[in-house]
Design a protein around this ligand. Structure first.
Ligand SMILES: [Zn+2]
Length: 355
């Protein structure tokens, strides 16, 4: 695919053939925490109301090493807009999201970032009901159509609970000829809602023509990676792994199931979605995840809900990159007490045990 940016631009598959590709996700959570978007409905009206906030976050993720600028159309679909009584905003929201993302993708000094269109779970899928299939297909068709017109280099279809819904999304993407990244979201049951293992689900998606398959969202590194490795064993195409940056456990394998025993003031006693702070992975944990996933053969890597630029930068650095934001990666040598610079006062450097 070509772009309006400067210089040569490799496509997704060319980049994956040469090394890892990083895709920063998590726009809804980050813009919620910044005060531009409401938790609950999680509809990205922000692309119409505060486009500069979206541009800035795209820019921060690219600066931190994201190779992909994902247009913020997640939950910008007809069903979500119906739910908030604003279906009339559907098309302008999608077109604006793509235009904002395209501008940032083309800002880079060197090779432009990849512009990704994005579709996701509709929340309308009902197993074995072909009536909903048609409604869902029409929703994907309109969004993918706007993505193509908006200059997308690739389409990401993500966080599906049903393989069957993901297959509809994939079929719509395949009609465009653009590379398709399709990722499933695995809930507490460790299988899709129709009962497929992650490996079987992803194999079906590969067989139906997906270029990249894998898992995103729902699970933190510790509870996502074992299933991603099973996917890697089961398919021969590229594999994606984009966990949420939270310390999920075997007992609480998803971010919706995490509890915070240290706090008794969370409404409903459920930290999801806005009180997960104490369970957030630090940047070093994300770096370790990236290395382990890459060593397992995963080439498409990123972070979903909860991602912030420092996580993405650490992922890039763990993969041997040095994105622009690495200029400000930590260097404690000049710290007044923990530092090693010879000019620092012994008065302070010998006081570290009392800090
Ligand atoms: Zn997510």
């Amino acid at each position: 695919m070509t772009s309006d940016g400067n210089g040569a631009k490799r496509g997704l598959l060319e980049r994956l053939a040469e090394g890892p590709v990083i895709c920063a996700e998590g726009y809804l959570f980050e813009l919620e925490s910044r005060g531009y978007l409401q938790a609950g409905g999680f509809v990205p009206e922000v692309v119409l109301e505060f486009p500069e906030a979206v541009s800035q976050l795209h820019r921060e993720f690219v600066r931190a090493g994201s190779d992909v600028v994902e247009a913020l159309t997640y939950y910008g679909h007809r069903e979500k807009l119906r739910l908030i009584g604003k279906e009339d905003l559907l098309e302008p929201l999608n077109r604006n999201a793509l235009a904002i993302a395209k501008d940032v993708a083309n800002e880079a000094d060197g090779e432009p970032a990849l512009l990704a269109g994005n579709i996701c779970n509709t929340n309308l899928y009902v197993l074995d009901d072909s009536k909903t299939d048609a409604v869902i297909r029409a929703m994907f068709e309109e969004q993918v159509g706007w993505a193509v017109e908006g200059g997308a280099d690739m389409i990401i279809a993500e966080t599906f609970s049903y393989t069957a819904e993901a297959l509809i999304a994939l079929d719509v993407i395949k009609q465009t000829g653009l590379p398709a990244v399709v990722t499933m979201g695995l809930h507490r049951e460790h299988v899709t809602r129709e009962g497929h293992s992650a490996a079987d689900s992803c194999k079906m998606l590969e067989d139906a023509g997906a270029d990249v398959v894998g898992l995103n969202c729902m699970r933190g590194p510790a509870t996502l990676l074992p299933f991603v490795k099973q996917v890697r064993e089961a398919v021969s195409c590229h594999v994606a792994a984009l966990p949420v940056p939270f310390r999920t456990t075997e007992a609480e394998p998803t971010f919706q199931s995490l509890r915070d025993p240290a706090c008794n003031c969370i409404p409903g006693d459920r930290p999801f979605p806005v009180a997960l702070d104490p369970m957030t992975c630090n940047r070093y944990e994300i770096g370790e995840f990236a290395k382990e996933a890459y060593d397992a053969g995963v080439r498409y890597l990123g972070i979903c809900c909860g991602n912030a630029p420092h996580h993405t930068r650490q992922m890039a650095e763990a993969l041997g990159r040095r994105p622009p934001a690495s200029r400000f990666s930590p260097d404690m040598s000049k710290h007044f007490a923990f530092g090693t610079d010879e000019s620092l006062l012994a008065e302070n450097t010998q006081y570290v045990d009392k800090l």
